[in-house]
Structures are given as structure tokens and as C-alpha cells.
Design a protein around this ligand. Structure first.
Ligand code: SAM
Length: 265
């Protein structure tokens, strides 16, 4: 990854770590639980279980419960996220953390890992199909890939959709590659694995109110980047537009992530 972009993104996550861990990790727990079920239905070949983009490592308890004797490696490029992950690994002697780029998985473990498990990291990588192919190439024959990610569109209605709409209206972007998720399955197959699932996974999330949602997104979510790149005036205008169109009171929605599970031939 471009070194400057990577540094900036890692720094953003350093600053977001506390808010993300407190607010989003409990709300995203159902998706973590779904992702780790792939480890219960497959016997694993020898090798470590790798968790790229582990953040504060909420995947760890379920992985360690399924494979208590296995080496489990959480990898992330944010020291702030890893500092919080360190608290989680103390209860798991076979777990360790590595500071590094998720794009380097294949270089560190070429065809030697038993599994790659990852939640909500893939969509942040610069070229997700190529990154996913690299993760597959880290697997031994019989190894399992289980990856949960957010596609560009996660809902038609709800805070994620309203946020997208407000940002798109105020800051029209150059034509992004919005269809990258359609190429993931082919990337996995080309890298030598068989896709077993490529499915949507929706769960409910409740936010106390729109204002709280905005604040946590500014603090521990994607809005932090926007305030840095576009300045405080634009940021305040975005906030007003968002709150004007948001409902009052508790806000429940049902965003849809996608889950891809594959087995290395
Ligand atoms: C949305 S968080 C998810 C963390 C955790 N898996 C969870 O479910 O809570 C995404 C994580 O990906 C990490 N990340 C993003 N790009 C990365 C990269 N190129 N290499 C390593 N980590 C990366 C961020 O630092 C962040 O901790």
C-alpha cells in the first residue's frame, strides 16, 4: 500500500480505537460470531489461525474456544487498536499480536496457515479482490478462509444510508469502483480455493439517537477522516444536514454485510 496513505489510515485508527472498541465492537458482535462459526464446521490442517485487521481482537474468544491449542495471530497496522487487543490476549496463551500490513499475509505465511479469519477489514484495503487472493494464498491445502466485510451499499434506509447520501450530495466523488465485491468470489477461486458461501448477513443495531451516532462516527468511525480532509466548516454543514433528515429518538436499523467462506483445495 502507498506508505503515506497507510500511515494516515493507521493513525486514524489509533485515534479511533477507544471509541470503536466501546461503541461498535459490542454492536458488531453478531457478525463476529457468524464469521467464527466457519471454524466449527471444518477440521483444520496444521498451522496458525491468522486474523488480519484484528483491531481490538473481538474475534479471539470464539476462535480460542474452538481451537484452544492452536497458535492464533492477530495482525493490524494500528498500534492504538493493538494496545487494546493486548488486554484481550492475556487470557489466551496461544495468541499473539503482530504490528503490520494485512497485505503482507502471504509473504509472511506462504501456504502455511490453517485459517484466515477477518471481520470488517477487507473493505478498507486498497484493492480488496487482490488482497483477498493474497489471504487465500497464505492457506495450506484444506485451510479455511472466513471473511466478513461491508460492501459499498449496506442498506436502503438507516443511519449508514443517510450518512452515505449526505456525504455523496455534499462531496461528490470521482467514479469509485463500487463493484469490487462482485469480483471477490472469482479472486478466491483463481487463488486456488473453493467458495462455499458468498452470502449477505444482516443483524439489527440500535443507536440511542442520531446525534450519538454522528458523534461516534466522528470519533471512532469513517467521519474522522472527513473532518481531517475537508475541514471543520464543511464537517459542521454535513452534521446539520444529517441531523435535519434523521429521525428523533432511538434509531434501529439492519445493515447487511457480506460473508465469504472458502476452503483451499
Ligand atoms: C473496522 S476495524 C475491525 C477490527 C476488528 N476486526 C473488529 O471486528 O472489531 C478495521 C481494522 O482494520 C485495520 N486495518 C485497516 N487496513 C489495514 C491494513 N492495510 N493492514 C492492517 N490492518 C489494517 C484497522 O487498523 C482496524 O483496526
Amino acid at each position: 500500500m502507498n506508505e503515506d496513505r497507510s500511515k494516515l489510515l493507521a493513525q486514524t485508527w489509533d485515534e479511533a480505537a477507544e471509541g470503536y472498541d466501546r461503541y461498535f465492537v459490542p454492536r458488531f458482535a453478531p457478525w463476529v460470531a457468524t464469521t467464527t462459526t466457519a471454524l466449527l464446521t471444518h477440521p483444520l490442517p496444521p498451522g496458525p489461525i491468522l486474523v488480519p485487521c484484528c483491531g481490538t481482537f473481538p474475534e479471539l474468544p470464539a476462535i480460542a474456544a474452538a481451537h484452544p491449542d492452536r497458535e492464533i495471530v492477530g495482525l493490524d497496522f494500528s498500534q492504538g487498536m493493538l494496545a487494546r487487543a493486548r488486554r484481550r490476549i492475556t487470557a489466551h496463551p496461544r495468541a499473539r499480536l503482530l504490528h503490520g500490513d494485512a497485505l503482507d499475509l502471504y509473504t509472511r505465511w506462504p501456504g502455511t496457515a490453517a485459517a484466515v479469519i477477518s471481520v470488517f477489514g477487507l473493505q478498507q484495503l486498497p484493492d480488496p479482490p487482490t488482497a483477498l487472493a493474497g489471504w487465500v494464498s497464505a492457506l495450506r491445502p484444506g485451510g479455511i478462509l472466513s471473511v466478513m466485510y461491508w460492501p459499498d451499499e449496506t442498506e436502503n434506509d438507516g443511519p449508514f444510508a443517510l450518512l452515505d447520501a449526505v456525504i455523496a450530495e455534499a462531496l461528490p466523488q470521482s467514479a469509485d469502483d463500487r463493484d469490487w465485491h462482485l469480483r471477490l468470489s472469482d479472486a478466491v477461486t483463481t487463488a486456488g480455493a473453493e467458495v462455499e458461501r458468498d452470502v449477505p448477513v444482516a443483524h439489527p443495531i440500535i443507536h440511542p439517537d442520531a446525534e450519538t451516532f454522528w458523534m461516534v462516527m466522528a470519533d471512532g468511525g469513517r467521519l474522522r477522516n472527513l473532518s481531517l480532509s475537508h475541514g471543520e466548516t464543511v464537517f459542521a454543514q454535513l452534521r446539520n444536514r444529517f441531523l435535519d433528515q434523521a429521525p428523533t429518538g432511538p434509531w434501529e436499523h439492519m445493515p447487511t454485510a457480506r460473508w465469504i467462506v472458502a476452503c483451499m483445495a
